[in-house]
Design a protein around this ligand. Structure first.
Ligand code: BGC
Length: 765
C-alpha cells in the first residue's frame, strides 16, 4: 500500500480545515457546568410524564398569539398542556414573552420554551445573502455579521437561529445556492466555523441541512440526491463537520435522501457519522415536516417513520406531529424504548439549560435593548462594509480609461426593475426584516449625487415575461412589489431617458425571491425582457454598467461580450449606499466569487474543483474537438472562475516558492508568493493557494483551495504571502473512507483566482 494511514483519531478531528484557534470563551453554550446540568436534568426528567417528554420533542411555527389572551390560541393551549417544546418564527418581544409566560406559569412543570427563528443573513440589519457574505473571503466580517444578527435576535427574544446553511452548492440552478457559501469545501468550512462562533456569542446556531441537500439532481429544489460516500466525505461533509468542531449546538437534518434513506431517518448519517465519528452531542432537529414527507418518499406511514427518525438519532420533530402523535403507542408496542425517548428529551433540555432558560426564561427579549441596538448605526455600518464586497466582474476602458469608478458628474441614468424596489433590497431571507427602513437604489444614488450630478430613473422592463410568475417572485416582503408594466412603453421610456444621459447604470437580474428556497431556474441567462432592454440600450452607444443582482451564479456571456462594466450585487439592507461607495470610487471592490459563473446554463453544474476527465481540453478553448471532454457549442470553462474578482487597482504575482521541494508525511513546508500592487490606488487582494494530488489511490480534483490570505496593499507596495502546507492540507478520505496522506507528487499553485495560477511541485515522501 502506497498510502500512509494517519492515525485516525488524530487527523479525523483535525479535519480538513486548517488550524484556527477555536475561541470557545465567547460561546454561551460552553459556559455550562456539566455536573450541575446533569443533576438538574436528572431531577427534572424524574418528574416528567411520558406525554411531557414527548411534548419537549415537538416544535411548531408560532402562529398568531393574542398577547392579552394567549391561552385562547391553539399554540397557547399546546404550550399550557406541555405539548410543545419549541416554537419558531414568532415576531415581537411581547408575543414571545406571552408564550413563555404560558410555558412557565401554566404548564405543569414550567419548562421554558425554546424560541427559534430563521435569521439567515441578518435580523433587521441585513447583510448580503450568505453567498454574497462568503464572497468577502473575510472571516472576521463573516463572524461579525453572525454576531450582530445574534445580538439583535437575542434582544428581540430569539434564542436559536436555523443558520448557518453550509450545503455545498455546485449547481447554480438551485435557488438555495443563495443561502450557501458556494462550491468549495475548504472555504465553506471556514465560513461555517466563523458563523457558528459569531452566532453563539449570544444564541444557539443550527447547522443545516445535514446532509447533501445541495446535491439535488438538476438543481431542482427537493429533488433526489445520489452520490458516492467518498464524495460525501471529501466534498460535501467538511463544512458540516467544521461547524460541529466549532461547537455548534444543533443540527438540522435535510429533506433529501442519502443512500436511499431520507436523511431525517438515516441512522448511518445521523448516528454513525454525526454523533459517533464526529462526536456531536447537541440537539438534532428535522427540517419542516420532513418526518411526514417520508411517506411521500414512499416509506410508509407516519408512525413507522417517527420510529425510524427517533432511532436514527432525531431529537426534535419540526411540524410533522409524528413524535407527539405516535411515539406513545410505539413505546407500548416495544418498537422504541423509554431510553430512546429520554435521550431525545435530554438533548432538548440540555439546549435549554445551556442557553440559561431555566435560570431566566425571559433572558432573551429585552425591549429597551432591542430598541437601542436593532438596526443601530454600528450595525448598519458593519453591513455597509460587508456589502462593499460585491464582485466586480468586468471593468473595461471607455475612452482610454476604466469605466469604473464613475465620476459624480453629468447625467446618470439608473434603469431597471431593481431601481425602486424597497421590499427586495435586503435579499432573500430573514423572518424579520424592515424594508420600510431601507433605502431603494434610487434613494441611495440621490443621496450620493446630491448637488453634483443629475439622476434620471426608470424601471425599463419587467423581470420576466410571465406576469403571474413575476407577481409570485416579486411578492417580496409584503409591500410595494416590483410592478408588472407595459413592456413596450417601459422600453420606449427607458431609451428616451438613456438618450439624455452620459452614462447608463442598469440594475437588473433577480429580485429577492428569485433565489432562496423553492426557486430553481432552468435558465440562468438574464430573462428576455431584461435582455431586450439591454440590447436597446447598447444600441445607443453609451457606456453601460450592469449591476447584476443575484442570489446565485448567473450566465452573463452576452453581457460580457456587449457591456464594458459588470458588477455582481448580493443585496443587503445597506446595499444602496454600499453600491454607491464602490461605484463612485470611495471604496475599491474586494469581493471574489465563491461559485463559478457559467457562460451558458447548459454547463451546470459547473465547479472548479471537479475531478479530471481522461480527455480534458484546455480551459477557455474555443474550438470543438471530437472525442474530448468539451461541448460543441460553447467556449470551455467558466466565464468568471471561482475566486475571481477585480479591484480598481492591478496586482502581479511571483511564481510560488517552496521552502523545500520535499516533505515527509508528518512534516510541513512553506510556500511563499510575492504580490505587488502595480496600479494607482490602494486595494484588497485575496491571494489563493490550490493543490492537486497527481499520484493518489483515487482520482482527486484538478484543483482544491487549501488556503487564502486577504491583503490590502498601497500603490507600489509588495508583500510576501506565506502559506504553510501541513499534512491535513494534502490529506483526503480514500476509497475505504480512511483519512490519509499518500506520498507522491503534488502541484502547488498560487494566484488571484482558481484559473490564473502559477505552479510548482512538491514531493511527499
Ligand atoms: C427550510 C429550512 C428552514 C425551515 C423552517 C424549511 O422549509 O428548508 O431551511 O429552517 O423551513 O423555516
Amino acid at each position: 500500500m502506497r498510502h500512509l494511514l494517519i492515525s485516525l483519531s488524530l487527523l479525523f478531528y483535525a479535519g480538513t480545515i486548517s488550524a484556527q484557534t477555536k475561541n470557545t470563551s465567547e460561546d454561551i453554550l460552553q459556559k455550562t457546568d456539566p455536573v450541575a446540568m446533569n443533576a438538574f436534568i436528572d431531577n427534572l426528567m424524574s418528574r416528567m410524564t411520558l406525554e411531557e417528554k414527548l411534548g419537549q420533542l415537538n416544535q411548531h411555527p408560532g402562529g398568531q398569539i393574542v398577547t392579552g389572551a394567549p391561552l385562547e390560541s391553539p399554540t397557547g393551549k399546546l404550550i399550557a398542556e406541555g405539548k410543545l417544546g419549541s416554537v419558531f418564527n414568532v415576531k415581537g418581544v411581547d408575543e414571545i414573552h406571552a408564550m413563555q409566560k404560558v410555558a412557565v406559569e401554566k404548564s405543569r412543570l414550567g419548562i421554558p420554551l425554546l424560541v427559534a427563528m430563521d435569521v439567515i443573513h441578518g435580523f433587521e440589519t441585513m447583510f448580503p445573502v450568505p453567498l454574497g457574505v462568503a464572497c468577502t473571503w473575510d472571516m472576521d466580517a463573516i463572524y461579525e455579521s453572525a454576531r450582530i444578527a445574534a445580538e439583535e435576535s437575542a434582544a428581540n427574544g430569539v434564542a436559536w437561529t436555523f443558520s448557518p446553511m453550509v450545503d455545498i452548492a455546485l449547481d447554480s440552478r438551485w435557488g438555495r445556492q443563495a443561502e450557501s457559501a458556494g462550491e468549495d469545501p475548504y472555504l465553506g468550512s471556514k465560513v461555517a466555523e466563523a458563523m457558528v462562533r459569531g452566532y453563539q456569542t449570544r444564541i444557539m446556531a443550527c447547522v443545516k441541512h445535514f446532509a447533501l441537500y445541495g446535491g439535488a439532481e438538476a438543481g431542482l429544489d427537493y429533488q433526489t440526491v445520489d452520490m458516492s460516500r467518498q464524495r460525501m466525505y471529501n466534498q460535501y461533509f467538511p463544512p458540516y463537520k467544521a461547524a460541529v468542531d466549532a461547537g455548534v449546538g444543533s443540527v438540522m437534518s435535510s429533506f433529501n435522501i442519502v443512500d436511499g434513506i431520507p436523511a431525517t431517518a438515516n441512522r448511518w448519517l445521523l448516528d454513525d457519522v454525526l454523533r459517533r465519528q464526529w462526536g456531536f452531542k447537541g440537539l438534532l432537529v428535522t427540517d419542516y415536516a420532513s418526518i411526514a414527507e417520508m411517506s411521500i418518499h414512499g416509506l410508509g406511514q407516519l408512525k413507522e417513520n417517527s420510529i425510524r427518525a427517533l432511532l436514527a438519532g432525531t431529537d426534535m420533530d419540526m411540524c410533522a406531529n409524528g413524535f407527539i402523535g405516535t411515539l406513545e403507542q410505539s413505546l407500548k408496542e416495544g418498537k422504541v424504548t423509554q431510553a430512546d425517548i429520554d435521550r431525545a428529551c435530554r438533548n432538548v433540555l440540555e439546549a435549554k439549560y445551556k442557553l440559561g432558560l431555566f435560570d431566566d426564561p425571559y433572558r432573551f427579549g429585552d425591549k429597551k435593548k432591542a430598541k437601542a441596538i436593532t438596526y443601530c448605526k454600528a450595525h448598519k455600518d458593519a453591513a455597509r462594509r460587508t456589502a462593499e464586497s460585491f464582485v466586480l466582474l468586468k471593468n473595461d476602458a471607455v475612452n482610454g480609461k476604466a469605466l469604473l469608478p464613475l465620476k459624480k458628474q453629468g447625467t446618470i441614468a439608473l434603469i431597471g426593475p431593481l431601481v425602486d424596489t424597497r421590499t427586495d433590497i435586503a435579499g432573500t431571507w430573514s423572518t424579520v426584516q424592515a424594508p420600510e427602513k431601507y433605502k431603494t437604489l434610487r434613494e441611495g444614488f440621490q443621496d450620493a449625487l446630491k448637488g453634483k450630478a443629475t439622476l434620471l430613473c426608470t424601471q425599463g422592463c419587467n423581470l420576466l415575461d410571465n406576469q403571474k410568475t413575476q407577481e409570485m417572485v416579486a411578492r417580496g416582503h409584503g409591500n410595494e412589489p416590483i410592478p408588472f408594466v407595459d413592456a413596450d412603453a417601459a422600453l420606449a421610456e427607458a431609451v428616451a431617458v438613456a438618450k439624455q444621459a452620459d452614462v447608463i447604470v442598469c440594475a437588473m437580474g433577480e429580485c429577492a425571491w428569485m433565489s432562496g428556497e423553492g426557486t430553481s431556474r432552468s435558465i440562468l441567462e438574464l430573462y428576455p425582457p431584461q435582455r431586450r432592454l439591454l440590447e436597446a440600450l447598447t444600441a445607443l452607444g453609451k457606456p453601460i454598467v450592469l449591476l447584476n443582482f443575484a442570489g446565485r451564479a448567473t450566465a452573463l456571456q452576452w453581457e460580457d461580450e456587449h457591456l464594458p462594466a459588470i458588477m455582481n450585487v448580493w443585496f443587503g439592507s445597506e446595499c444602496a449606499d454600499a453600491l454607491c461607495d464602490v461605484l463612485f470610487g470611495d471604496v475599491s471592490p474586494s469581493g471574489r466569487l465563491t461559485v463559478s459563473m457559467p457562460r451558458v446554463t447548459g454547463q451546470e453544474p459547473l465547479y472548479y474543483n471537479h475531478l479530471p476527465s481522461g480527455r480534458p481540453v484546455a480551459d477557455g478553448s474555443k474550438d470543438y474537438s471530437v472525442f474530448t471532454g468539451n461541448y460543441i457549442d460553447v467556449t470551455q470553462g467558466a466565464l468568471y472562475p471561482f475566486g475571481y474578482g477585480l479591484t480598481y487597482s492591478q496586482f502581479t504575482y511571483s511564481a510560488p516558492r517552496l521552502s523545500a521541494t520535499k516533505m515527509t508525511t508528518n512534516g510541513s513546508v512553506d510556500v511563499s508568493v510575492t504580490v505587488t500592487n502595480t496600479g494607482q490606488r490602494e486595494a484588497t487582494e485575496v491571494v489563493q493557494l490550490y493543490i492537486h494530488d497527481r499520484e493518489a489511490s483515487i482520482s482527486r480534483p484538478v484543483k482544491e483551495l487549501k488556503d487564502f490570505s486577504r491583503i490590502t496593499l498601497k500603490p507600489g507596495e509588495s508583500k510576501d504571502v506565506v502559506f504553510k502546507i501541513t499534512p491535513d492540507k494534502l490529506s483526503f478520505y480514500n476509497y475505504d473512507l480512511q483519512y490519509v496522506l499518500e506520498p507522491g507528487e503534488f502541484d502547488i499553485m498560487t494566484g488571484p483566482d482558481s484559473r490564473n495560477v502559477q505552479s510548482t511541485t512538491l514531493k511527499v515522501e
